[in-house]
Write a protein that binds this ligand. Sequence first.
Ligand SMILES: Nc1ncnc2c1ncn2[C@@H]1O[C@H](COP(=O)(O)OP(=O)(O)O)[C@@H](O)[C@H]1O
Ligand SMILES: [Mg+2]
Length: 207
Amino acid sequence: MEFPSRFFVTGTDTGVGKTLVSAILMTGRKAAYWKPVQSGLETMTDTAWVQQMTGFSDHLFVPETYRLSQALSPHAAAVEDGVSISLSAFQLPDQDRYPRLIVEGAGGVMAPLNEKHFMVDLMKYLALPVLLVARSGLGTINHTLLSLEKLRNRGLDVFGVVMNGPKNRINKQAIETYGGIRVTAEVETLSHIDGRSLAEAYAQYFR
Ligand SMILES: Nc1ncnc2c1ncn2[C@@H]1O[C@H](COP(=O)(O)OP(=O)(O)O)[C@@H](O)[C@H]1O
Ligand SMILES: [Mg+2]
């Protein structure tokens, strides 16, 4: 599979495996990682989790633009912290310093950032190609087709879908047929997550 050198990882929902898939791709592609909006600082942040699991050093991790304390939708977490999220605050990390970059969104495509903008607007603002992570099981066809429609409506280039969880041939076929897109990989449940299993997952699922 040919990957763009820098891309945005979104998902059909929160908890679908964006961070895990980002960690696999980071490991396999020796890419840097950036989570522009982190909501929730009480438990481990996505950046800290990816760093711990991959074991990669600090220079491959771009600091978050917004670090919001509550684990809420970005628009609500921002209100709680008394800040407002502005698209112009986001700056795509330097191409020379981070030639390979994986950017992980918060929640799904329509997670609000403020009163006017949604996660999809951030993708558009950063002008990156998009990889959509979807769960493999029941309900995924609807969520995936809706997400694809929204992304394409905004003129974003969606270059693939990663299905995460126990393989489901019928759902994969439906997403490819109705969505007009290739399922790039079907990532199964990893029994253990560390640098080695992430590298193995990349070799097994993405090559
Ligand atoms: N394929 C997988 N194998 C093992 N654990 C997984 C897998 N996919 C997701 N998880 C676990 O499920 C939880 C949610 O996944 P995560 O990647 O954090 O989702 P998201 O970033 O979309 O919110 C995490 O604890 C993650 O480690
Ligand atoms: Mg995540």
